[in-house]
Design a protein around this ligand. Structure first.
Ligand code: F6P
Length: 550
């Protein structure tokens, strides 16, 4: 179906024609109950949507659009285990990873029928917990008999961003001895930098790759294995390497015993996998109980998303507002600004989640969309951003909808109160300044030099969401992740695109394989790229050969 031909779409389009007239000052002045009415709660999260440029009518029209797109049915199909990722012919069941022990979730296995996956999910997590407990307790010994002090996770994309985000976010919950490092970039400085002060005898590598074909990860893993075996011999691999993957054969071929492999399933997408065995290094750092707590937090939001009517469903509403801005109001980007240093990797994590999911130009049926899809998502932790790009947020010519995330308590109980008070004050001040600005009249009345009045005027009317929670606990982190996962799906469903494939990454990968050979052949290869790429390859070869001559 082309959603853009429906009357529901037409209604939202018509409302968007007067987007410029939607003024937050007026909306608040006209409706004293607005802040309360547009603030929603899920789990520990309080989500204030009242500073978004929407009215009750906009929300109603967006909900009708979501109904027309079949959002509720799609969510049901996903959570039931249907193969909704049609271009890869897979189910999408990250929600099964956080379902309670007694739940029944039956993945559609095609001709093999349906299988309840909840048991295997919990069995695997039990294995992960046993393994992590041994590492944490110093019972998993390296080949010299020394306990493990450092875990190096080697993975990229979803096999890196989720666990590294959560490891940073849950610093207050980490084990006293164990440290994790996350290596993703094939640039050797990443790996060598991470290993530079480590002792092979006390280092454990977790090679995380769902496919076990990702060249960056396999290259880093091979170099790490050399680093280890050069120091401790080939026999060391068994005690110092474990794998997380869906491909047991590839893991064995790499030289890791299948007994040291933690399984992934094809129904968990990489960017939705922090709650799978990909979280092994995270679990080692924070312990199984905190990991389970994160999953319970996700489950709270899953239940809300699956059961709450759309007009009260926070994840759906936030996703629909994102569609409103991107598609109907023409705002190309969205900023996520956590006022929490512990969430410094959150935006990077969300970039994969949102942009790999919804950076799509064709619908399920292969037809090109006639409207804008996935926004460009970006951001930095506050207050740092205030001293760089917030200038543009306040006075630039582009309106950027922002998400602010803030916590009542700091992560560590001994944190100086003054820091946290200032952090929160800055967050709230930014949302106020963006929304209400300072008019020319107000600036002039403050006695500002008339020549400077236009420069010192803040137009305001810049929309934002504020998410507040008591503290960044494992559960709250899980709630936040699930909140954004479900917003991502909501947007994809309205746009009629498949949020679960990522074919757009393939062309670059296959070209890189060809070019890697062309860069290293001893004689000048015949190059069949475009003139620019051919010249760059040739230039690289010349520079390298000059360097080897000198
Ligand atoms: O190339 C993109 C991608 O497939 C992501 O979707 C995925 O998270 C990442 O690469 C890593 O994949 P893997 O876990 O198979 O190494």
């Amino acid at each position: 179906m082309d959603i853009s031909t429906t009357s529901e779409w037409g209604r939202v389009s018509a409302l968007a024609e007067s987007f410029a007239d939607l003024d937050l000052r007026c909306l608040f002045a006209e409706d004293p109950g607005r802040a309360e009415r547009l603030t929603f709660r899920v789990g520990d999260l309080v989500v204030d949507l009242s500073k978004q440029r929407v009215t009750g009518e906009t929300v109603e029209a967006l909900v009708a659009l979501a109904d027309r797109a079949g959002l509720s049915q799609r969510v049901e199909a996903m959570m039931r285990g249907d193969r909704i990722n049609t271009t890869e012919d897979r189910a999408v069941l990250h929600t099964a990873l956080r379902a309670g022990q007694g739940a029944v979730i039956e993945v559609d296995e095609g001709s093999a029928g349906r299988t309840n996956v909840v048991g295997q999910v919990h069995d695997l997590r039990g294995r992960m917990a046993d393994f992590c407990a041994r590492v944490r307790d110093g019972d998993w010994l390296g080949c010299t008999g020394a306990p493990i002090d450092n875990v190096v996770n080697i993975g990229i994309g979803g096999s890196d961003l989720g666990p590294s985000l959560a490891y940073e976010a849950l610093a207050a919950y980490r084990h006293g001895r164990l440290r994790c490092r996350f290596v993703s970039n094939v640039d050797s400085h990443d790996l060598l930098g991470a290993l530079s002060d480590l002792d092979p005898a006390t280092t454990l590598f977790v090679v995380a790759s769902k496919t076990f074909t990702t060249s960056e990860t396999l290259t880093n893993a091979a170099t790490a294995r050399r680093w280890l075996t050069d120091a401790l011999g080939d026999g060391a691999v068994a005690r110092h390497f474990v794998a997380v993957s869906a491909d047991a054969a590839a893991v064995t071929e790499f030289g890791i015993d299948e007994a040291n492999m933690f399984e992934m399933w094809d129904w968990v997408g990489g960017r939705y996998s922090v709650d799978s065995a990909v979280g092994l290094s995270l679990m080692a750092a924070v312990g199984a109980e905190n990991f389970e707590e994160m999953l319970r937090g996700m489950c709270i939001v899953d239940r809300h998303f699956a059961s709450e009517p759309l007009h009260r469903n926070v994840a759906a509403l936030a996703g629909l507002i994102a569609v409103w801005y991107r598609t109907f109001c023409g705002l190309p980007t969205r900023a996520v600004l956590p006022y929490s240093q512990a969430l410094r990797r959150f935006t990077a994590y969300l970039q994969q989640l949102d942009m790999e999911s919804n950076g799509k130009r064709v619908r399920f049926d292969g037809e090109a969309v006639s409207y804008e899809t996935g926004p460009i998502l970006w951001g930095e932790p506050g207050t740092n951003g205030q001293h760089s790009f917030h200038q543009l947020l306040h006075q630039g010519t582009t309106v950027v909808p922002c998400d602010f995330i803030v916590f009542a308590d700091p992560d560590f109980s001994d944190a100086p109160a003054e820091h946290h008070r200032l952090l929160v004050a800055n967050c709230l001040a930014q949302t106020e300044a963006l929304a209400f600005g300072r008019s020319e009249a107000e600036v002039a009345a403050a006695g500002v030099d008339p020549g400077l009045v236009p420069h010192r005027t803040f137009p305001g009317n810049r929309p934002s969401t504020t998410i507040m929670a008591p503290r960044l606990t494992p559960s709250v982190l899980g709630q936040l992740i699930a909140l954004y996962e479900h917003q991502t799906l909501t947007q994809g469903v309205v746009w009629g695109i498949n949020s679960f494939d990522q074919w757009g990454v393939e062309l670059g990968k296959s070209l890189a394989t060809t070019i890697a050979d062309e860069l290293s052949t001893p004689t000048q290869p015949t190059l069949n790229h475009d003139p620019s790429t051919n010249a760059l390859i040739t230039r690289y070869r010349q520079l390298r050969s000059q360097r080897s001559v000198t």
